[in-house]
Design a protein around this ligand. Structure first.
Ligand code: URP
Ligand code: ZN
Ligand code: ZN
Length: 467
């Protein structure tokens, strides 16, 4: 380390237990120009000092799956805008998010991206990027716009295998995989078999089974595993990498594990709703269960075990939120009134603020291994897989100073009244977690101090990405 570097430190985070890559070390972190420039014990004083004694210093969370200020598959706008969603993210320890620029049928992709980018630039308090969601795979989109947008730095593309208004045929998925391979992007997939879901839904509705709990029956576990296997084979044919979103079943994990064993380039995530919730959560009086409705639905205890094991073994590399925020009222979940069937209720649960506290509680009290595992699945792996490393996801010299100070012993019970997003509820209400992120830095600037947000709307920046 050069003395000249030490002379220019603007901030030192002092005396914390730092989770840096594979290591857990006691070190001070020196920051200059928004980047980490020194990592050592006994750094000299800087104009700004943060005392991290007794605290765990983690890399800022990287959430690569969130629906923000976005029109959903059923045509509904999310409850959150960029400011509210990213404020909730920051308060929960997340400093980078990838959301969607959602092209629906008939839309021009470049115009969609322009529009989403403008709104993100005005509202975001954390750094961000976009997955290009393709719902209109016509010739201009595939031949001209998609390649150009990938080359311009939007290094991931999202496709749905289900939902009437957004699903894309296998043939178009192959086109998209090939374009992504040629131009340097990763294709992310919502993998569920559309026909199975439509068929099950029709039968359930015909039998008068309309309550939210039947949403779980309408999305049989086979619908996930069939689609996971199929899209992995499509990716093989196109010789492209693929990323499977929100894996929920043990069969899904097994299919991904088998493909990895065969040398396929497959990445996969799961989300808190599949690790901490179950189908019983949807089984509430009236339409209360709508709060827990997401696709795929939460499964059973053996699936939860398999997902944890998959994360530990690396079959699944990422824990994302799939934050899909809709209030439990007529603006969101209950848009179609008190008699809505499960088919009329918006899919999705909020989780951008809860993702990290739930994971920290589950993983970080188990010594260095758990701390490293937490940092790996919530920050390092998502940043690397989606082309944001080395700037994002790790505490290392040269990286952005995106840092989170966790009080490992602070206990808090999650409550609807405390959520910072605009849904007004948390699916995890009543759960007590141990460990809380109280101070958050984004590129060296404090954006959450002692649990209070202190970042201006629009201070987040689009992240440069390369694959
Ligand atoms: O239920 C969910 N996950 N809603 C959001 C859209 C999606 O499928 O990812
Ligand atoms: Zn999805
Ligand atoms: Zn999603």
């Amino acid at each position: 380390m050069q003395n000249t570097t030490l002379d220019t430190l603007t901030l030192v985070v002092r005396g914390g237990t730092v989770v840096s890559g594979q290591d857990v070390i006691r070190a001070d972190i020196g920051v200059a120009g928004g980047r980490i420039v020194a990592l050592a014990d006994g750094l000299p004083p800087a104009p700004e000092e943060i005392d991290a004694t007794g605290q765990i210093v983690m890399p800022g969370g990287v959430d690569v799956h969130a629906h923000i200020e976005q029109v959903s598959a059923t045509g509904l706008m999310t409850a959150d805008d960029w400011e509210s969603a990213t404020s909730a993210a920051a308060l929960g320890g997340t400093t980078t998010v990838l959301a969607f620029a959602a092209q629906h049928r008939g839309m021009k992709l470049s115009k969609v991206v322009e529009d989403y980018a403008r709104r993100a630039a005005a509202g975001a308090v954390i750094d961000y990027g976009f997955h290009l969601m393709i719902g209109n795979p016509d010739a201009p989109t595939l031949d001209i716009e998609l390649p150009a947008l990938i080359e311009a730095g939007h290094r991931s593309v999202k496709v749905f295998m289900t939902y009437d208004r957004l699903s894309v045929s296998d043939e178009h998925i192959l086109d998209i995989l090939e374009i992504a391979r040629r131009h340097g992007a990763l294709v992310c997939v919502h993998a569920e078999n559309h026909g199975m879901i439509a068929w099950m839904s029709r039968k359930l509705l015909a039998a008068g089974k309309t309550a939210p709990k039947y949403h779980a029956h309408a999305h049989p576990r086979l619908s996930e595993v069939e689609a996971v296997r199929r899209v992995i084979d499509l990716a093989r044919l196109a010789e492209a990498a693929v990323s499977i979103f929100h894996v929920s079943t043990r069969e899904g994990v097994a299919a991904i594990r088998a493909a990895l064993g065969d040398g396929a380039e497959v990445h996969a995530e799961t989300c808190p709703q599949y690790l901490f919730l179950g189908p019983e959560d949807l089984d509430k009086p009236g339409l209360e269960g709508a709060k827990w409705m997401c696709s795929p639905p939460p499964r059973g205890p053996r699936d939860r075990d398999a997902l944890w094991k998959g994360l530990e073994r690396g079959d699944l590399q990422i824990l994302s939120s799939d934050h899909a925020p809709y209030a439990h009222d007529e603006t969101g979940k209950l848009k179609h009134g008190p008699e809505s069937s499960f088919k009329q209720i918006a899919n999705g649960v909020p989780g951008i603020g809860a993702r990290l506290v739930l994971a920290f509680d589950a993983l970080a009290h188990d010594g260095a291994r758990g701390l490293v595992q937490f940092a790996r699945i919530t920050a390092a792996n998502p940043a690397r897989i989606y082309g944001m490393a080395p700037a994002k996801g790790v505490i290392t010299i040269g990286a952005d100073a995106d840092l989170v100070l966790w009080d490992p012993e602070r206990r808090r019970t999650l409550r609807d009244a405390d959520v910072a997003d605009r849904t007004g509820y948390t699916p995890y209400a009543g759960r007590t977690v141990r460990g809380w992120p109280h101070t958050v830095l984004r590129r060296g600037a404090v954006i959450v101090r002692d649990g209070a947000l202190c970042a201006a709307a629009g201070s987040g920046r689009m992240v440069a990405r390369s694959l």
